[in-house]
Design a protein around this ligand. Sequence first.
Ligand code: PLP
Length: 379
Amino acid sequence: MYEKETICVHPARCPETGYGAIATPIYQSATFVHEGLDKESEYSYSRLQNPTRAALEARVAELEGGVDAIAFASGMAAEATLMNLFESNGHVIAGDDLYGGTLRLFRQVSTPAGIRFDFTDTTVPENIRMCLQPDTKAIYVETPSNPTMQVTDIAAVAKIAHAVGALLIVDNTFLSPIFQRPLELGADIVVHSGTKYLGGHNDTLAGFLVVKKQEIAEKLRYYAKTIGAGLAPFDCFLLERGIKTLAVRLEKQAVNAEKIAHWLRQRPEVRKVYYIGFTDHPGYAVTRRQCSGFGGMLSMEVDSPDTARKLLREVKLFQYAESLGGVDSLITYPMCQTHADVPEAERLKRGINDRFLRISVGIENANDLIFDLKQALEA
Ligand SMILES: *Cc1c(COP(=O)(O)O)cnc(C)c1O
């Protein structure tokens, strides 16, 4: 078994590409000719499966250490398909600091469909134990969480989940399999917004469900083919291409983020920096245990809404845009973007106020990025 950097480029199950093509061809075909009566070919119809998608899924499954991975048109498509496992009266315990779109799905779509949710601070495993009900079907966590970088102990929560026969689902978008492999720590399903680090270039949307057990993979494949939100062949090609450089991108992004986090921390205009690589981060011990890197994400609270607005206005390299994980550095205002739909009181309780900014660090030169923040703060 090779290391992750090698798997990014050479997955074990290399797809059949034909003509010796090194890059997986884009099989832009909706349907496939049957070999004969009673003799179906491997592929029949691209809603079910497509050779380009199959190659990408094999690569992602191997990187996360799952038996199977299913590629979707977006992270939200993956999550919406996943929730079908729990519909008609299941109970799910979810973190209270999730991606805004995930919260909206759970509250506005999955709840009316019959799933009962309890939201709790999953950084304290005991909170989860207190929410358990006889029909708890799953525990859903995001670690580190978006955007306040809270860390949940995956192995501890897996024990709680498995003691009652529930599944542990981990959104691994922020660290990617390069720095965190939840299935190895006891999780049953990993969720990805492939739009972020896996794609890595802010040029396409994608989502994944990676599964540890075949039985669950089969159920999810049934929902996936029935709902039909699979990733299109061209986007599969872009994701495969992106993943080849995942390890090198993340290494650079992590080094840059660490420098920027430490620099921001000593600025007088910055009140608080949320970064999992600080030794005094409350989740630092857990992070050291369950992650092999700190990733490229950080958030901060500045001293006034004016400073926040000035930064967003004056940055030249950083771009004021939603999303994260790509090669270009982005800065967002979660209050107005990713978390605009989260009720205000709840948002403020978590510190997502009008002074709170989130940064996705790219692969540019770290000093150039720091200089950009400096000139914006001093403008
Ligand atoms: C972006 C994101 C999602 C949703 O993914 P899309 O690809 O935008 O649909 C889910 N979880 C996290 C942590 C995200 O950052």
